[in-house]
Write a protein that binds this ligand. Structure first.
Ligand SMILES: Cc1ncc(COP(=O)(O)O)c(C=O)c1O
Length: 387
């Protein structure tokens, strides 16, 4: 029997093979937004137990297998980070898609005849949620950096000014990590005199790093958001996909329905919910705290700035939004992409310097671009870039 790197005997050669495949892929995984610096393996003993945080996090269920006390702490931490009003509510969802669905469900319940405006750079879960909810959507173009075009938003809202406006602000778009400024969205709505409005900040990727950085752009509750979601498997790198969604209590209270069988109100989209994900988010927050998470933010940004500088030296077109961990670059040649899988849209790809991505990995990647394109000019790049 082969040894299992997670200690203990292997259960199945297929699982060993999967683990080997994942370990091997990690060395060249610089394109996808999952932090890899937090080791969650001390959670393994909890896998011996079901953790089902069914329904409302505020009420402990009749069954003992849950982690709702830790879930409540995670939500309180995030509510504080996002400057929520005194009375807020939220829960840990299965991922960003469910969080966006829940947020738009809240918006629809407040404004059943509302029109959803979102940019062409919004995540595909936004139009999907609108479709599931049977809501009208209007697509808004972006500026070249991926940020919503505020003037076009204002023009489109004017056309439908008899209906409430529900705007999704992308707080870190999937391809370029662009930030839609909630202050500018509000100003656009003010110009047209739209008072019946709801703004959802989809901060799946960048919510935590932005909230902890100096001088963040406006995206949180104090800036005018009505709901905010943030993913656990992105910046916190939880090995289980999950997300948190938070909104003022006044938007959520009327949706609660007590279920006698579980002992909890049913205000969540799914009934049974993943209690291990809540423990993992709690563990990351507990271990790092605000200062540790902030340090991780700047590590990612600094590495992204370094990547941009080096790409410029090589002469490979690239750019990055201010403060982003994402570096957008001209799509590398196929031979490079084969070794370094990167998300690609048209002729642009991106690298994301999530916490845990190392300078050595970036140097190796730059080396393969330089070697593929300019083999004679950069014969020994890897050594030159290594610290
Ligand atoms: C900005 C944004 N919103 C929402 C999502 C959806 O998240 P999930 O895949 O967890 O459903 C993503 C995922 O990449 C995202 O980048």
């Amino acid at each position: 029997m082969t040894a299992n790197p997670l200690n203990g005997p292997a259960q199945d050669p297929r699982l060993d093979a999967l683990l080997r495949q994942l370990n091997a892929a990690q060395a060249r995984n610089i394109g996808f937004p999952a932090a890899v610096d937090i080791d969650y393996r001390n959670m393994a003993p909890l896998l011996a137990h079901l953790l089902n945080n069914v329904g409302d996090p505020d009420a402990d269920p009749t069954h003992p297998n849950h982690s709702k006390d830790l879930e409540r702490e995670v939500l309180a931490f995030l509510a504080g980070l996002f400057r929520a009003p005194e009375r807020w509510w939220g829960y840990i969802t299965s991922g960003g898609s469910e969080s966006n669905l829940y947020a738009l469900y809240l918006a629809r319940s407040r404004y059943p005849d509302g029109v959803i405006y979102h940019s062409t750079a919004s995540h595909y879960s936004v139009p999907k949620a609108a479709h599931l909810l049977g809501m009208t959507t209007v697509l808004v173009d972006t500026q070249p950096n991926g940020e919503i075009d505020y003037d076009q938003l204002a023009r489109l809202v004017r056309w439908h000014r008899d209906r409430p406006a529900i705007v999704v602000a992308n707080i870190g778009t999937t391809m370029t990590e662009a930030i839609d400024d909630v202050g500018q969205i509000r100003a656009a709505l003010d110009r047209i005199g739209i008072t019946r409005r709801y703004i959802h900040s989809d901060a799946a990727l960048a919510g935590i790093p932005l909230a902890l950085a100096d001088d963040p752009p406006g995206f949180d509750f104090a800036d005018g958001a009505d709901s905010i979601c943030v993913s656990g498997h992105k910046f916190l790198g939880t090995p289980l996909p999950c997300s948190a969604v938070i909104a003022p209590r006044r938007h959520t209270a009327h949706l609660d329905q007590l279920v006698a069988y579980t002992g909890c109100a049913d205000g969540t989209i799914t009934g049974s919910r993943n209690g291990h994900a809540a423990v993992m988010m709690w563990s990351a927050i507990r271990r790092y705290g605000r200062e540790g998470l902030r340090a991780r933010t700047y590590e990612g940004r600094d590495l992204a700035a370094y990547t941009c500088r080096r790409l410029e030296e090589i002469g490979w077109p690239s750019w990055r939004n201010p403060e982003a961990m994402t570096v957008v670059l001209r799509t590398p040649p196929p031979a490079v992409l084969k070794r370094w899988p990167l998300p690609t849209s048209g002729s642009w790809s991106h690298v994301i310097c999530m916490p845990g991505v190392s300078r050595i990995q970036i140097d190796q990647f730059l080396n393969s671009i330089a070697n593929a394109v300019l083999p004679h000019n950069f014969p020994n790049l890897e050594g030159a870039y290594r610290r």
